[in-house]
Design a protein around this ligand. Structure first.
Ligand SMILES: *[C@@H]1O[C@H](CO)[C@@H](O)[C@H](O)[C@H]1NC(C)=O
Length: 243
């Protein structure tokens, strides 16, 4: 039952991110003027989504009790300050993991667009998680036996962590060799490029800015199309018995 709750929570978080409700601060919609907006993931915010951006000097609240939080910066910058008073400036392509029930704040330096995942942490006795701050480009490329895509993981694979975030890159024409079916659910945000996603017997053309939720056991497959690299961010629940 607990687990079902976690699943719903994760999904909602992703959807919130995708449709850009006012998750973080109560910020009105700002239409990007388009000028100097060519940051790394600019296509995420242009034009398929019209997200709400954090306003200058806006400040986050805390997630619900027992919820862990992961944030990834798609546009702009935020400053994370933890309970020890130590701050990190998070810019595009950087991220942070915050354990449950740990005081912290996120403050916008200018406007910012964030991907936020929150879920009830399936904690294990004497196996606490720790704050993580990192950047995608500093994560090592991992082996992907039988596959061609490039894989980075943003969270340690050790047992205390009950989910991970994968960054997956495909060159145009590359595709998943394995049509996957597994118990893990996924939340996906396409950060760059375009392609086609198969879910069950349906085929969806997708492009940067599109979000997908994949239920457990849904057959899934991706092929990258277009002329530029596809990159997506993928949530995956791990390290816990799904039953
Ligand atoms: C606060 O951040 C610093 C620097 O990242 C880290 O070393 C420290 O463990 C954090 N404090 C807590 C309570 O997580």
């Amino acid at each position: 039952m607990n687990h079902a709750l976690a699943i719903i929570f994760t999904t909602l978080s992703l959807l919130k991110m995708a449709v850009a409700e006012e998750e973080f601060c109560s910020a009105p919609l700002i239409v990007d003027s388009g000028s100097n907006s060519k940051h790394l993931y600019w296509k995420v915010t242009n034009p398929t989504l019209s997200p709400s951006h954090l306003q200058e000097n806006s400040l986050s609240g805390l997630p619900p009790y027992d919820a862990e939080r992961f944030i990834f910066v798609v546009q702009g910058a935020v400053t994370l300050t933890n309970v020890s008073g130590i701050s990190h400036k998070l810019t595009v392509d950087s991220y942070a993991y915050l354990p449950p029930n740990v005081e912290h704040s996120l403050k916008c330096d200018g406007s910012a667009t964030l991907v936020v995942f929150e879920r009830r942490h399936a904690s294990l006795e004497n196996q606490p998680t720790e704050q993580i701050v990192g950047s995608t480009d500093q994560q090592p490329l991992l082996e992907t036996p039988g596959e061609v895509f490039q894989l980075r993981k943003l969270i340690p694979t050790s047992i205390p962590y009950d989910f991970n975030i994968h960054i997956m890159d495909f060159q145009p024409g590359e595709y998943l060799n394995v049509k996957e079916v597994h118990y893990n659910q996924h939340g996906l945000l396409l950060l760059e490029g375009q392609g086609i996603y198969r879910l069950g017997d349906s085929w969806y053309p997708v492009q940067a800015g599109d979000a997908i939720w994949m239920a457990p056991f849904v057959p899934q497959w991706y092929a990258a199309l277009g002329k530029s690299r596809s990159r997506y961010l993928l949530y995956k629940d791990v390290n816990r018995n799904p039953l």
